[in-house]
Write a protein that binds this ligand. Sequence first.
Ligand code: SF4
Length: 313
Amino acid sequence: MLYYKFSVFLKSRYGSRVYKLPVNIPVTCPNRDGTLGTGGCTFCGEEGAGFECLPNSKTVKEQIGQNAQYIGKNYNSEKFIAYFQNYSNTYLPLQDFKKYIDEACVEGVVAIYISTRPDCINEAYLDFLRHIRDVRKVDIVLEVGLQTVNYRTLEFINRGHSLAEFIDAAIRIRNYGLDICAHYILDFPTDEFIDVVEGAKILSALGINQVKCHSLYILKDTKLGEMYEKGEIHPVAKDEYIERVIKFIEYLDPQIVIQRLLGRAPADRSLFCNWNTSWWKLRDMIEDKMEREGRYQGRLFKYLNGSSCSLPR
Ligand code: SF4
């Protein structure tokens, strides 16, 4: 196996195909509403990550029902993940959060995935989520944006948190016995190979369960878009992205599930996305290169638990 694919994990965990259904609730983000800043991360568009979402005027139950009907019919699936996708889904009063999560616990939903920022998670939310997992028998995964371990890049992209907040959130989530998926952008032009490798090592050392790799897309009407149009920022080359992903995978603990290898954005909203190549072609190029060169997930995962000790581990 070249890497631990999400589809393989889902099949072994749930015994059949499982699809993620986006759920959209009325939340924002402290990096947008003025708490930390107003502009958001430089790459983030007005609609956050909600390109595929139904409007949040529909209830959580309605959104899941409508999406499940469509996906279930077209992909022959009866098991689903409710994915709270857009903005920071723990950035709302606990009572409201509880109501939305409760609503998602409907027949067919085997897991709830919740996207958020590392500085928007505290133990009151984790305590509730652990309770829901145990009582409603659904898996809980917190999808937490890190994007890069290079704290200078984090500052450059106006992230509003540094590496420390992510480490803190990851430790707390794992202490509560819940799962965590890190979102990671591998090709910031301000990052180098050393950052990519360190990213894989830190995620592995923290015992992260899943990772979602993204390529950097540049949206219209964003700060990054403005910089791109002025020629102040240049995306890395396609071949370099491919090499960065493979290097990242090689250093990653083989037990970490890889949800995806690339990001995606609608063509009409982006100035630059995946070198005008379809995501599946790029995925195939990455996999072909790994195959040809005998590279696989965890090939270089040899650095934890006192790797230089003289005594055998
Ligand atoms: S934390 Fe997420 S939602 Fe908030 S500005 Fe950054 S990318 Fe956008």
